[in-house]
Design a binder for this molecule. Structure first.
Ligand code: NA7
Length: 452
């Protein structure tokens, strides 16, 4: 039996691995010693909201990219755990697009039920992971942040990298931005939309962060938002305060000149330009290098690192995401089964051919519907290997596609729609306040049915 497993990161993907092991232990299997290192003082990864930006109290880079007033931008029915439904957690059906605090509460309910907190060592940052060829194991060195103490390396048989990939901002530069007379920040550091009330904003980037931050700023009273795209405009039916322009060419004072020759005056700039895969604690042959794609290269089944570590270095949650919690759950269980010896790996050539085929297919995707279908297939491929351990069908393509359709119809009101739970069949109620009017995002207000 495997002796010791190190899991790096106590967010949804790392905790899904612990949940996988907890299930096996409940079913009578002996499991390895599990140690999950978490840099922050609480679990939840990005869902563990922090007001901090820049460096934390220990001088470590702040992990959190989550902002206040974030509401789920996809229906909760696409991320619902089949074995722990929203109805079970809240004791009633709740609307389809919950705010941050509600989703975090739900996640914590699942984790508490699995009794996995005991494996997490908080305030502990991983400094170095080295694969030892002679002994076919890893040495993991950590720093205990509270004691300001770097510890001697500990040996582990497997390492699971689950430190997330929406934490280290990708920050491009543009001519003249160094003299812009206003605030310039990356979405990683965006927290409080009220800061921009009455302001004219520029959001650079044309993906989920730009879409959501632009809408949120208008919701909280920004005067206008220009969204600048590099490849393609999002093209939603925006309210009159939001417009889309091609990429920024240069800044001259407060004036932004765009590639099409047009210009606009703005008071603040938010770079919604995405995130970098960053694993500074891994030795070179263990480091995943990729952009934010649905199937990063070098990973068999999207999980088993092929370029070093003898199939014992695993990555969880590194895919770009439509499915989130359910995908992590399936990945976590697959990883636990692999380590338990209940999933077998084929020979190296087969693994290489397999990941290359998936990665190549990922490069051919041309629409949200194709992306969603691809990620559904990716999950189903893992589920197939799980057999009786995962008797659920988490395919929610239909819900995703309807949601996309709602967004195209009206970007302001897609969160006012509702869906039915795939697992309980219960339709979700419509929220008492429409999204653009719901300024109070607290759990108490969200769940208060008297408001209906
Ligand atoms: P994404 O989804 O990775 O998108 C990044 C966006 O930033 C995308 O539109 C990029 O344009 C744009 N980008 C990246 N570099 C540049 C430069 N140099 N200039 C202009 N624009 C640039 O990140 P998000 O933060 O929106 O979302 C993160 C995740 O949250 C997302 O994947 C979902 O899972 C939820 P491109 O299209 O490449 O031209």
């Amino acid at each position: 039996m495997v002796g010791k497993v190190c899991i790096i990161g106590g967010g949804p993907s790392g905790l899904a691995v612990l949940a996988g092991f907890a299930k096996m232990q409940r079913e009578g299997q002996d499991i390895p010693e599990l140690v999950c290192y978490e840099k922050q003082s609480n679990w939840g990864g990005l869902w563990n909201y922090t007001w901090r930006t820049g460096s934390d109290q220990h001088g470590e880079p702040v992990h959190g990219s989550m902002y206040r007033y974030l509401w789920s931008n996809g229906p909760k029915e696409t991320l619902e755990f089949p074995q722990y439904t929203f109805e079970e957690h809240f004791g009633k059906a709740i609307p389809s697009f919950p705010p941050r605090e509600v989703l975090f509460d739900y996640l914590q309910g699942r984790w508490k039920k699995e009794d996995i907190k005991k494996y997490v060592k908080f305030n502990t940052v991983v400094r170095d992971v080295c694969y030892n060829k002679e002994t076919d194991d890893f040495t993991v060195s950590v720093k205990r942040l509270d004691e300001d103490q770097v510890e001697d390396g500990e040996r582990f048989d497997y390492v699971v990298v689950a430190s997330g990939h929406y934490s280290v901002p990708n920050v491009p530069s543009f001519p003249g931005i160094d003299r812009f007379p206003g605030r310039v920040l990356h979405s990683h550091d965006f927290r409080e939309a009220n800061e921009f009330t009455g302001k004219r904003l520029l959001c650079i980037g044309a993906s989920y962060s730009a879409e959501d931050i632009a809408l949120q700023c208008i919701k909280y009273g920004a005067e206008s938002v220009v969204i600048s795209y590099r490849t393609k405009a999002m093209g939603f039916n925006w309210p009159k305060e939001i417009t889309e322009r091609p990429l920024v060419d240069r800044f001259e004072g407060k004036t932004v000149h765009f590639k099409d020759g047009s210009s606009s005056e703005v008071d603040a700039v938010i770079m919604c330009t995405g995130y970098l895969h960053s694993y500074p604690y891994l030795r070179e042959e263990l480091r995943l290098k990729a952009s934010n794609v649905l199937y990063p290269p070098g990973l068999y089944k999207g999980l088993v690192w092929q370029k070093g570590g003898n199939n014992k270095l695993l990555y969880s949650g590194v895919q770009d995401q439509y499915y989130t919690y359910t995908m992590f759950d399936v990945c976590g269980l697959w990883i636990a089964k692999l380590i338990q010896g209940k999933v077998q790996l084929p020979d190296r050539d087969t693994m290489e051919k397999d990941w290359k085929t998936w990665h190549a297919r990922c490069g051919t995707l041309n629409s949200d519907a194709e992306d969603i279908s691809f990620q559904t297939d990716f999950i189903q491929d893992l589920v197939k290997d799980l057999g009786d351990d995962y008797p659920y069908n988490v395919d929610t393509q239909e819900i995703f596609n309807t949601w996309e359709h709602h967004k195209v119809e009206d970007i302001l009101s897609y969160r006012d729609k509702s869906f039915a739970s795939k697992y309980t069949g219960t339709p979700s109620p419509i929220h008492h306040t429409t999204f653009m009017k719901a300024l109070d995002d607290s759990m108490a207000t969200f769940l208060d049915q008297r408001k209906n």
